[in-house]
Design a protein around this ligand. Structure first.
Ligand SMILES: CCCCC/C=C\C/C=C\C/C=C\C/C=C\CCCC(=O)SCCNC(=O)CCNC(=O)[C@H](O)C(C)(C)COP(=O)(O)OP(=O)(O)OC[C@H]1O[C@@H](n2cnc3c(N)ncnc32)[C@H](O)[C@@H]1OP(=O)(O)O
Length: 222
């Protein structure tokens, strides 16, 4: 049973975590522009001829492709720099899929993040897609585990959708680690819109053995 008391969305305080502000290469600034386009093209209706804009975007994409390192090298970077976070599909500032959410850590280790999701995350009318809700939980629980010092791969994620999670309105995503037994870790989370409970989740995570660590070493080239 998810205990929602510690996941009260009105709790404040705490400090920002996982936020990387160093944008020396200008990548976050570039991705911010792609995000604007991503948001505007969902259900896109424009009072202009799109062909010239498409040509301009194609040119930009061609230039980026010509200048880009290989997928393999980029994948290695995400691990070798320990910079997984900036590429995460929920918090990552260089991942266009990410809203991105920034989390604060409260004094008891609970993570709290506020976000307004756009139409690109819509499932049912005016509601966030249930798969996106699950993704938000997977990440907030995983980040809470990481900051609590015991982290693992998700082996089980139980999401209860209790009331619609709205798009285009602020929602608060919370999560915390609740128990660790050997390699097994449990965490719980909630999503609220105002003080309305939209969804709760409980996940179990298992600290991976050799294979994952080996993958990481291999991808990081050492
Ligand atoms: C997330 C950390 C990853 C660490 C990577 C290394 C460095 C990374 C550094 C920073 C990381 C930062 C972020 C991480 C990035 C992304 C994470 C996002 C979260 C995800 O996106 S993650 C993807 C989806 N996730 C999977 O792709 C998991 C598939 N899975 C497996 O790869 C294996 O499952 C594995 C390796 C996890 C364990 O395998 P294994 O062989 O080491 O352990 P084993 O099978 O013995 O299980 C041990 C005990 O857990 C129980 N158990 C297992 N599964 C259960 C289940 N479903 N329900 C109930 N109990 C279960 C068993 O019953 C046993 O219990 P008992 O000991 O009591 O018998």
């Amino acid at each position: 049973m998810v205990e929602t008391g510690p996941l009260d969305p009105s709790r404040g305080g705490g400090g920002r975590i996982d936020r990387v502000d160093d944008d020396e290469a200008g990548l976050f600034a570039l991705v911010d522009q792609v995000r604007r386009i991503r948001a505007l093209t969902t259900g896109g209706l424009f009072d202009t001829d799109l062909d010239p804009l498409t040509a301009q975007l194609r040119e930009v994409a061609d230039r980026l492709e010509a200048a880009s390192a290989s997928t393999e090298r980029r994948q290695a970077v995400t691990w070798s720099t320990g910079d997984y976070v900036t590429n995460c599909p929920v918090v990552g500032r260089s991942n266009v899929l990410a809203p991105p959410i920034a989390f604060d850590i409260l004094d008891d280790g609970t993570l709290r993040g506020e976000v307004t999701l756009g139409l690109e995350y819509q499932g049912p009318p005016a509601c966030v897609h249930g798969g996106m809700v699950a993704l938000l939980f997977d990440v907030v629980l995983g980040r809470a585990n990481f900051h609590a010092g015991a982290t693992g791969m998700t082996v089980y994620l139980d999401v209860d959708y209790r009331s619609p999670t709205p798009v285009l309105e602020p929602i608060v995503v919370t999560g915390r680690q609740v128990r660790v037994e050997g390699r097994k870790i449990w965490a719980q989370g909630a999503i609220h819109a105002g003080d309305r409970l939209c969804a709760t989740a409980e996940g179990m995570f298992v600290e991976p053995g050799g294979l994952l660590l080996e993958n990481r070493r291999r991808l990081a080239g050492g």
